[in-house]
Design a protein around this ligand. Sequence first.
Ligand SMILES: [Zn+2]
Ligand SMILES: [Zn+2]
Length: 514
Amino acid sequence: MNYTALQMLRPLYEGIKSSIPYRALSKQRVLPGVSVAIYMQDKEPEGAGDKLEEEDEWQLYASAGYASSELETDEKVSEDDSLEETWFDGDDLEFEGNTVNWDSPPCPAPLGIAHVIKIGVCDHCLARISGLNSRGSGQNSGSSIRDDAFLRDTELKSKIIQDYCPLCENLFDDIDNIVDRVFDTLSDTEFSTMQFGIHLPKDLVQEEDRIRSKYGAQGSYHLKGAIVESIHERIRNLDKEVDFVKEKPDVMVLVDGLTLRVDVDVRPIFLYGRYRKVSRGIPQTRWPCRACRGRAQGCDSCEETGLQYIDSVQDLIGEPIREALGAEDTSFHGMGREDIDVRCLGSGRPFVLEVKKPSKRQLPVEDLVDLVRENALEKVEVDSLTWCTRKKVNEVKQSRSEKTYTIRFRAEGLVDIEDAEKSILSLDGQVIDQETPQRVSHRRAAKIRRRKITSIDNVRFEGDEVEITMRCEAGTYIKELVHSDEGRTTPSVQSVLGTDCEVIWLDVLEIHSK
Ligand SMILES: [Zn+2]
Ligand SMILES: [Zn+2]
């Protein structure tokens, strides 16, 4: 126990000292030679004042200046029953729930080793359940344990009942084969991290567990772990540059221990960026043909493309990237979306492109940006891309930002321009109520949204056309704010002007996100 550790513990004791009545819940060892009481405020125990129970006595002891005697010796802790140690009683005939058979006791007893050799255990399994540290590792270690056993008992060799290992069903012989299959399957895939799993038949696992707990040395490694470790070792010996990881791997490999079937899941990669849609008539995501519902061969009305719109932001950006990375498909996750006929300008709309089952994962993002630039010319622009993780998808999806728009509309019969401008500007800073617009009511629940118009400025008139710039809270329906959607949005530009307003076009000028 050093001084620093004491210093660290002191605040805890100080806290205890000043907190009465507290009840001791449990004592835990945190450092050698120190036991700490954990306290929780509680009601007075029932019957307080009566004869003190053992625990209450301890409480009394504890709250009466336990803090000043923070150290207890090891002996005292043991007396205190805080340490529960497991003792192996030599007379105990139970061993991990099984009755010990003294003719074949558990390994590493020589008779135990002889027994497992007799029942056919392979060198790999011998090494892991013998409880002996022998020369070499794995198979080599097992074979030297076997040789030693043959020296001790010259007749042992003739007593072996089978050459089929009851612990692994000779699965260790298939390690090279399994590894070959894994790398065959991944021959066209670039990866640097792998998560590896093996599925073993339940009855094999149960039988192995039964034999191992009866005859194996205490603490022997279980079959699954030993197999996976062997596979890792084999792959390392092949000089493959692979890191084995428990999360976020490039590839996940699952092997069926019975059929040796190899399943590989190439994990997606993610790119974050912001897009500007500089041309109208482009939906954000791929939109299947209404007539044929996007079936692979398409139909006449979609000219065999399966798409309602040939271009989408998703494919203008995603297709060149998918191709370059040899991927299967993409998903597009935007921070909200604009209507097909709406442009998105300024610094653009944040998005994450998910690239599914890529065979390459290492291309420089600058190259990908160049490919997008060529492919999406005069339609969509992306300035930069960065690699990101799946976490970014949620971040982008959940983000709600104010936006600035420019909208142009026709308002006939305006007589006094100055008056009209004043009416429009009266909406600046106002809170409006928006019923779910008719155009989206088939896919959105009917409700009233209350949204704020943060600012309106730059009102321009040109004949009977008006253009305004306004900044609104996230989720405001802008076209409806202008034409009122038959009175479903109040107030609206139409209601303050007192004349029909017909939207001509709309641009997202800026998405005010970090
Ligand atoms: Zn075996
Ligand atoms: Zn079609």
